[in-house]
Design a binder for this molecule. Structure first.
Ligand code: NAD
Length: 297
């Protein structure tokens, strides 16, 4: 299948690599020339702009860092909306249902179908094709892109209402934000009390307190203190804010999300938005006067 791919970052690059390796004809664009050079070296063709991608491919996928970037790439000047060939735009980014609905409306007027397909599973999932893809949009369009999405992971069709998949993704990420922050808080407490953090993680994983954070993020990026999981704190703050916006718009309770959100905002302030999101433990460590690390030997 001929596929356009815009946004070759932590997630987009490994996804585009999988599509190239699966013999799709990929035409790619990123504002970062180095990322573009790397994907061209692996067999993709380079485009000069988002419009250029949409002039050359029926199906355009995008993995972008913010709702503003998605809106600009999809519907701005020099964007996908101006492409002569594009029939469908698949947004793999997390943008929230409001932006997704806006993009859907603007592209729809030009006869371009908008499909939401935010993903979960991190950089590892993008590399090995085990992402969960949450898809909303016209069912017949989903059927056209299904095989390509299966190269990236497991697609779940959420419904035809624009933005539904974004709502699903925000629910997922709010829980991921909760369990990472909560696991960090309890491990800091245990270390202050003299427990070995690695023993704590082993026990949590064998017991009822195990979470995606204790199973994956602690062993990979916190206990070794590499803080290189591959998801920026600024992106998590974006997702928490989008969740709160969605919850407030719906008039539903969000006490836990509001409290956890403050912790993520503090992390972005203290560690910087480009820090890895596993650094959320650092403000807690400083407040407690401890350091959570794998013990030598
Ligand atoms: P990233 O910042 O690493 O990558 C974004 C890429 O988009 C960069 O290469 C950047 O140069 C490019 N870009 C920005 N503006 C552009 C424009 N106008 N035109 C072309 N390219 C442009 O971000 P990421 O971690 O890959 O995340 C991408 C999306 O996926 C985000 O919405 C994020 O919330 C979501 N996501 C990330 C993860 C993760 O673990 N990193 C997991 C699930 C979902």
């Amino acid at each position: 299948m001929q596929i356009g791919f815009i946004g070759l970052g932590n997630m987009g690059f490994p996804m585009a690599v999988r599509l190239v390796r699966d013999n799709h004809d990929v035409v790619a664009f990123d504002t970062r020339g180095d990322a573009l050079d790397r994907i061209v070296a692996l067999g993709a063709r380079a485009a000069r702009s988002a419009k250029d991608v949409a002039d050359r491919a029926d199906t355009v996928l995008a993995s972008l860092p913010s709702p503003a970037a998605s809106l600009q790439v999809a519907t701005g000047a020099g964007g996908v909306i101006e492409g002569s060939r594009v029939k469908r735009y698949v947004d793999l980014s997390t943008v929230g249902s409001r932006t997704a609905t806006q993009i859907h409306g603007l592209l729809g007027r030009r006869g371009i179908a908008a499909i939401d397909s935010p993903v979960s599973g991190g950089v590892g999932g993008a590399q090995n094709g085990s992402l969960a893809l949450m898809v909303s949009g016209p069912r017949d369009e989903f059927d056209v892109i299904r095989t390509a999405l299966e190269t990236l992971g497991k697609p779940f069709y959420v419904g035809d209402r624009p933005g539904s998949a974004q709502t699903m993704k925000l629910a997922n990420n709010m829980l991921a934000a909760n369990v990472l922050a909560a696991t960090a808080e309890v491990v800091v407490m245990g270390v202050k009390a003299g427990l070995d953090p690695e023993v704590m993680i082993d026990v949590l994983n064998a017991g009822s307190g195990g979470t995606s954070a204790s199973r994956d993020k602690f062993p990979r990026a916190i206990l070794p203190r590499t803080f290189d999981y591959g998801f920026a704190t600024g992106l998590m703050v974006k997702d928490v804010r989008l969740y709160l916006e969605e919850a407030h718009a719906l008039g539903v309770p969000a006490q836990i999300a509001t409290t956890i959100g403050r912790l993520w905002e503090a992390c972005a302030r203290d560690e910087g938005p480009d820090s890895d999101f596993t650094t959320v433990i650092k403000p807690l460590e400083r407040a407690a006067g401890v350091r959570v690390a794998r013990r030598p030997g």
